[in-house]
Structures are given as C-alpha cells and as structure tokens.
Design a protein around this ligand. Structure first.
Ligand code: AHR
Length: 505
C-alpha cells in the first residue's frame, strides 16, 4: 500500500531569520586537519603561503561563514605566542590532548589569512584551562587593537599592519571533561568564564563571547554546569556552547535516525534553562546557543583512542586521527541534524559541524595529495546553499515508529526556508522509513502560486555505502524535475531538498 504524509507550510509560521553562522565549521590543530589538510607547502596546488587551493575550493563550496579554531581539546595547552612571528623561530611543543607534536607553523596570523581566502570569520578560542585571563587579554590585544601597545605592535612587526578585528571569542572548551587538561568544577568554570568575558569586553566592547557548555548531555555535571554558568556569568556572555556527536555502534539504523529527536530536546532543555535564568537574574540581554561541535563520530573512535594510549614514547606530527569514513546513514543523520538546527534557529545562532577537513570531516585528503568528498559533504552543502533566509515551521502528519531508545518517531521530518530575496521556498525533508516510500501531500497555499523547479535526492540502497578515492562517490545526490507539484514521493531512507519558485500573488 502506498504510504502518505501531509505537510503544511504556512508563510506566517515563522520560526526565525536564519543566522548564516549556523553553517559554520571547526578547524583544530588535530591529526591532519591543519597539516596535510588546509596547509601543505609543496603540494601541487599550494599557494605562496602553503595553503592547498584544492581544499580552499572545496571549503568555498560548503561556504562556512564562521570557523571555530584552534580547538577543541588542543586549546587546553596551546600557547598562542608560539604560533606567531618568523616561522623558523617557532617552537615544537607537545600537544597533550592528542599526544602529538605541534610544530606551530600555522598560528593566529595564518588562520586569519586562510579565513580570508575562504570568506569566513573566526571564532577564536582562548586557553583558560592552563593559562587564563591575562593570556586571553594579550591575544585579544594582539588581534584587535590597531597599535600602540606591546602586543598590537608585535602583530604589526609580524607583518600585519591592520588588526584582525575578530568579533567572536570562545572562553575555553569542554572544561567539564575528565580528559581535559585544566578540568574544572561547574562553579570554577563559571567564575573563569565570567571574569574572562568581563575583562575581554572591557578591553574591546565590540566582541561577543561564547561560554563553554558541557561536553555533552551524557556527562555527569550536564545541567548543573549550564545553570551555574548562566547564573554567574549572565550579563557578560552572549552564547552558550553545546556539543553533540551521534553514534551507531549497534548498527541499528532506525534508532540512529531517531536520535535527532534527542537533539531537539537537548536544544530545548538548554533554551528553557536560559529563559528561566533570564527571569531569575532579572536580565535584559539574551543568551543564544552556539552548537559549535556537532556531527556523527564513532567509526574510528575506539581505535584512535587505543592507538594514542599505545604510542608510548612516540609523539607524531599530524598523524591520521579521527578520519571517519562516513557512510550513507551518517549522511542521513547529518541531514536530519541540519533540519533540527533550522527548526531551532530562533535559539541557535551559531553552529559548527566538527570538523572541516580530514578530522570528522566532509572534506578529505590523502597522503598522495588528492582530495574527495565524504558522504556528509552533501547535506551540508545543500543546506548551506539553500537554507539561508527565514525558517518556516512545517506541520507534519505522518506515521510514527518505535525504536530501541525512542517511541513515536515521525517517519518524516521537514523544515522550510524562504530565501532572503523572498523568491524561493526550499523544503528540507527526510524519510526515515526503512521500508516505505512516502508520498507527501504539500499544502503551500499561503505562498500563492509556487512552482517546483528541482528535487535533490540523497538516497542509496546500502546504508553502509561510503565515498572513497578507490571506489568513487557511491553516495551522491541526484537532481530530478517532476510534473505533479503537490504530490511528491520521498523514497524510503532519503534526504531531500524540494526547491520552489514563489511567483508573485
Ligand atoms: O572534535 C574533536 C574533539 O571533540 C574536540 O577536540 C573536543 O572539543 C571534543 O571532545
């Protein structure tokens, strides 16, 4: 029997203007993200600064407006002064997070040069785990002051006459984590965040501050951490960060796809906490969410952690680490997470899929200088391209299923975006059913006359299909034109982009 679902998209059901920064990403000095990823002097496409132009082109396709750097866990022992000035004088230092040697050949100024090439701004993370407020102030002075102080003049001496004017600053990373160098209690971090943010804003009133939330909902201090942080630091912080990686160790596709329900709950629970704390603190400013690490991460996790443990005295430079061979079902989960980010775009103003190149990444390179697109590249690419404008709620009536950890999981999930120009409507929709194609009956009447111009479909008969240089792109979207505008079939296990022109009423 043909299965049906109904979707109403009404132009008055506005969720929010989408902040383009929800399509941000993350670059950490970890594995081959920086060295062998964005930076490889000697590569055939390397520019005069050693940046790979093949990688730059791929990053430009994804078009992330903001990139968080340089960590991640790496930042906990990072000394930014090691990464500025003449490259031949820069020291090699141990990176305790990933048990590697950091050569410091790419540091603050190189990041900023590279960001210009990919048209992105920075979210700069400061090390409060092992350094502190003064270090954050010095880096801020180096980056944002025109001149006339020791650090701003040092930047000019290093060849950067104009300040970098970095607007978004993050105070540390996952300091609740037992793995973190400089782990704190909720109260300790709340005070550090408050005092760092206060001092940084006193030095440069134009910046915005992202305070570090928990490493994830599963950690013991989750909730208390956020409550204490907001309580203490309310007037000084603009965003609280959330991190979420999904895994499918049990190879249970239905349950894996259902996990995005928990993603919505995660965002909503912190959103409610923010609202409550705003009332409690009698605050007038708003705090938004920066979901600055999100993705699927599990294929290589256990092996990577074991390898790090077994390395003994070996401290490699830029080894292969966290290089996930993403498969088709991972791409579906990433597509579903993007739908959830749009649905929560009233709360989530910044997000960063973690990470950008080689490490948990949509863009991959190999040791022979080639590059390719991991499966998750495609949902990110299309949502970043067509998901800018105003997010509109979809009212969906469809079948539901139960899985190992979830009940009543709607088989269809969808959200719509009206373009900034108001002339295009795009519906992002996933069919999570493993058995059934589902025909959507779309009610778009509030938009007047619309015409479907394209359907982009990401589907595959094999949930474990991957993309590789050896076997090619097994997971790649197709584009289709169809006649019937109101009844649209979504193939079982597919992620879809329905693109409509909005004609004048
Ligand atoms: O993205 C990989 C790691 O995951 C980051 O360094 C850390 O912040 C998180 O635990």
């Amino acid at each position: 029997m043909e299965k049906k679902a109904k979707v109403i998209v009404d132009k008055d059901y506005v969720i929010s203007k989408v902040d383009d920064r929800i399509y941000g990403s993350f670059v950490e000095n970890l594995g081959r993200c920086v060295y062998g990823g964005i930076y490889e002097p000697g590569h055939v496409t390397a520019d005069e600064n050693g940046f790979r132009e093949d990688v730059i082109e791929l990053v430009k396709e994804l078009n992330p407006p903001i990139i968080r750097l340089p960590g991640g866990n790496f930042v906990a022992t990072y000394v930014w002064e090691d990464g500025v000035g003449p490259k031949e004088n820069r020291p090699c230092k141990p990176d305790l997070a990933w048990k590697c040697i950091e050569t410091n050949q790419v540091g603050t100024n190189e990041y900023m040069d590279w960001l210009k090439k990919v048209n992105a701004e920075a979210m700069m993370t400061v090390n409060v785990g092992t350094r502190g407020i003064l270090d954050a102030l010095n880096l801020l002075d180096y980056c944002n002051r025109k001149g006339g102080t020791y650090y701003s003049d040092l930047r000019r001496l290093h060849g950067y006459e104009e300040p970098h004017n970095i607007k978004t600053w993050a105070v540390g990373n996952e300091l609740d984590g037992v793995w973190q160098v400089g782990q704190t209690t909720p109260f300790e971090y709340a005070r550090i965040a408050r005092e760092t943010a206060k001092a940084m804003k006193r030095q440069d009133g134009s910046i915005e501050i992202v305070a570090a939330g928990s490493a994830g909902q599963e950690y013991s201090t989750f909730g208390v951490w956020e409550q204490t942080l907001i309580e203490e630091a309310y007037p000084y912080i603009d965003y609280i960060s959330l991190h979420q990686y999904y895994r499918n160790d049990e190879q249970d596709t239905s349950n894996f796809l259902a996990k995005t329900l928990a993603f919505d709950d995660y965002i909503n629970s912190i959103g409610s906490l923010i609202d409550y704390m705003k009332v409690k603190n009698k605050a007038t400013n708003d705090i938004y969410i920066s979901l600055d690490e999100w993705n699927v991460w599990y294929h290589t996790r256990a092996k990577d952690m074991k390898d790090i443990k077994l390395r003994g005295d070996e401290w490699p430079i830029a080894p292969h680490l966290l290089e996930e061979p993403y498969n088709f079902e991972d791409a579906l989960v990433v597509g579903a997470m993007l739908i959830a980010l749009l649905r929560n775009s009233d709360r989530v103003k910044i997000a960063a899929y973690a990470q950008l190149i080689n490490v948990l990444a949509p863009i991959m390179t190999d040791d022979n200088g080639r590059s390719w697109k991991n499966t998750i590249f495609y949902p990110i690419y299309y949502t970043s391209k067509y998901g800018r404008g105003t997010a509109i709620k979809s009212i969906i009536s469809c079948e539901k299923y139960d899985s190992k950890d979830f009940t009543d999981v709607p088989v269809i999930d969808a959200v719509a975006v009206v373009s900034k120009e108001g002339d295009e409507l795009t519906i992002f929709a996933i069919n999570k059913s493993m058995e059934d194609d589902i025909t959507l009956s779309l009610d778009l009447r509030s938009f007047g006359t619309v015409s479907l111009k394209e359907i982009i479909i990401l589907k595959n008969g094999d949930v474990y299909a991957i993309n590789s240089l050896q076997y090619g792109e097994k997971v790649k979207p197709i584009s289709k034109k169809i006649e019937d505008q109101r009844e649209i079939k979504l193939d079982k296990l597919s992620w879809n982009v329905l693109r409509f022109d909005i004609k004048a009423n």
